[in-house]
Write a protein that binds this ligand. Structure first.
Ligand SMILES: *Cc1c(COP(=O)(O)O)cnc(C)c1O
Length: 393
């Protein structure tokens, strides 16, 4: 398991748990218990049952005929857009709400930027009848009104973060402060493969159902489990981690990670962490992150709110550093173009995050008999206004 976390939570030189001492008991309780709980038959049964009946898994692995013809290769789409709530994020929140129950917690906190993780968290809290507080920057609350309304409708309390730049990192600080003050009854649901150990490993395991399904679905359709390429967009990296997970040690599978180049890698407005990032610590984990020479985190930019993150999870930092994965960055304009193309070739309107992954079909040349799996992380309904403004629809 060269590319997975070791027992201390390190992926090569990345990962670990760099946290204030006040937070240590909370993180340590989770670290000592997460693998034991995930291995319990009643945990596994309930997780599998909810993924099936509530989330709607397995999601299809769809052969995209017209897209394949255009790029003269075999393109399969893993349809995470068909999950309940419209993206892969719910795979993780289902796992963590069950984890919280097994740990005896009766209150959930989360932080959210674009609001998607907040909605996925509020959803599972409603499902379980558990109190839910979501921290969100005051600026993000104004920018993401529909998701704020969804969270409220689902019964969550949305608490504005009023300090600093009033965006994601300030919401994260508020959530951590809350957790320090409520160590006994509260579980903190983190939304991607980021944060201190054991979060990146735990979230990757919950999302690994994606590649688990790809394997048997591809075996059924093509007679082999391994594709030649697996492609996913990377914000924090959770949909990508899930799509890569069971292929990490299979060296015949090429892994491609797609980051947001925004208005261009060197435009000063991007989120291309592998190209611009340096080793640093963010959200309690050592990883690659965009920062000034004196170590201040740089404000990231992407047209897609879900890729607008200044770092990547430690698994991805290691996949980049070890060259196991190829990293490609895609601009706003290219993402929008390929989102429109997928809509018109296959009748699937993707989330703008996901659209970035499709630009790779043009940037790289694949062979006619290559099997290329693209993780279709989410649907585009939430992005309709951005598409409308961009294309003047
Ligand atoms: C949140 C989100 C992402 C980015 O998050 P990851 O943790 O990198 O997967 C990508 N696609 C969609 C549809 C999302 O909602």
């Amino acid at each position: 398991m060269k590319y997975n976390a070791n027992e201390k939570g390190y992926y090569g030189q990345f990962g670990g748990a760099f946290i204030p001492e006040m937070l240590y008991p909370n993180v340590e309780e989770l670290r000592q218990n997460y693998l034991k709980i995930m291995a319990k038959p009643d945990f596994k049964n309930e997780f599998d049952q909810l993924l099936k009946d509530y989330v709607g898994r397995p999601t299809p692995l769809y052969f995209a005929e017209r897209l394949s013809a255009k790029y003269n290769t075999k393109v399969y789409l893993k349809r995470e857009d068909l999950c309940h709530t419209g993206a892969h994020k719910v795979n993780n929140t289902i796992g963590q709400i069950l984890m919280a129950k097994h740990l005896g917690k009766n209150r959930i906190i989360a932080e959210t930027g674009a609001g998607q993780h907040g909605v996925a968290t509020a959803t599972v809290c409603a499902l379980m009848g558990i109190e839910c507080v979501v921290y969100m920057g005051e600026i993000d609350i104004a920018r993401q009104a529909p998701n704020v309304a969804r969270m409220k409708m689902l019964g969550a309390e949305v608490r504005p973060a009023l300090s600093g730049s009033r965006t994601l990192k300030d919401a994260t600080n508020e959530a951590i402060r809350d957790w320090i003050n409520n160590p006994v009854d509260t579980h903190y649901i983190i939304g991607s493969v980021v944060g201190p150990h054991p979060y990146p490993d735990m979230v990757a395991r919950f999302q690994s159902v994606i590649s688990d399904e790809i394997k048997w679905q591809l075996k059924e359709k093509e007679g082999r489990e391994n594709p030649d390429y697996v492609i996913a967009c990377v914000g924090g990296g959770s949909n990508a981690a899930g799509a890569y997970y069971h292929f990490l040690d299979e060296t015949d599978v090429n892994i491609i990670a797609v980051e947001a180049a925004g208005k261009g890698i060197h435009s000063g407005e991007s989120a291309a962490t592998s190209a611009l990032g340096k080793v640093g610590i963010i959200h309690g984990s050592k990883t690659l992150l965009m920062q000034t020479p004196d170590g201040q985190i740089t404000e990231p930019y992407s047209i897609s709110a879900g890729l607008d993150y200044p770092g990547v999870g430690p698994m991805h930092a290691h996949l980049f550093d070890s060259r196991r994965a190829e990293f490609i960055s895609v601009t706003d304009d290219d993402a929008m173009t390929f989102g429109l193309e997928l809509s018109q070739l296959e009748g699937i309107i993707p989330a703008i995050e996901t659209s970035h992954a499709f630009a790779v079909l043009d940037q790289k040349k694949f062979k006619e008999d290559d099997i290329v799996v693209i993780n279709l992380s989410g649907r585009g309904d939430k992005d309709l206004n951005t598409y409308i403004d961009y294309f003047k629809l």
